[in-house]
Design a protein around this ligand. Structure first.
Ligand SMILES: O=S(=O)([O-])[S-]
Length: 132
């Protein structure tokens, strides 16, 4: 294996322990995302689902980007990601966002957060109380 890369990951994950483990992985709960959005905090939501999924439903937030996971690391797409405000990565259930968000963080995008549970988690959190 690539020992330099492994060392770099060891450094990245060295603080993933105890109560701060999730935070140090860049995970953001649906509650924290909703609160930050309502508080008007400047954030960019990045939807990395496939185009077919995005066609069904997607983000209508003012600052959102749609870049499918399989194209995210193309230089022209990385160039679209702001580095001066949080970028919250979205997918359906959180798996892709965790993988791709972790990769972005490892590549130096320290401002990247991962929406825990994806759209599903957000919908479950908002639930009927918001619909009423
Ligand atoms: O990757 S996923 O959690 O959206 S199915």
């Amino acid at each position: 294996y690539d020992s330099a890369l492994a060392q770099s990951y060891q450094k990245q994950f060295a603080n993933v322990e105890g109560a701060a483990a999730g935070k140090n992985l860049g995970l953001m709960s649906p509650a924290a995302f909703v609160d930050a959005t309502k508080a008007g905090k400047e954030m960019v939501a990045l939807d990395i689902r496939t185009e077919a999924e995005m066609a069904l439903f997607g983000l209508t937030l003012p600052h959102s980007l749609n870049i499918p996971a399989n194209e995210l690391f193309l230089p022209e797409n990385l160039a679209k990601l702001p580095t001066d405000k949080p970028v919250v990565v979205f997918c359906k259930s959180g798996a892709r966002a965790t993988a791709l968000g972790t990769a972005l963080r490892h590549a130096g995008f320290d401002n990247v957060k991962i929406l825990k549970g994806g759209f599903k988690g957000l919908a479950a959190y908002l639930g009927p109380k918001e619909a009423n």
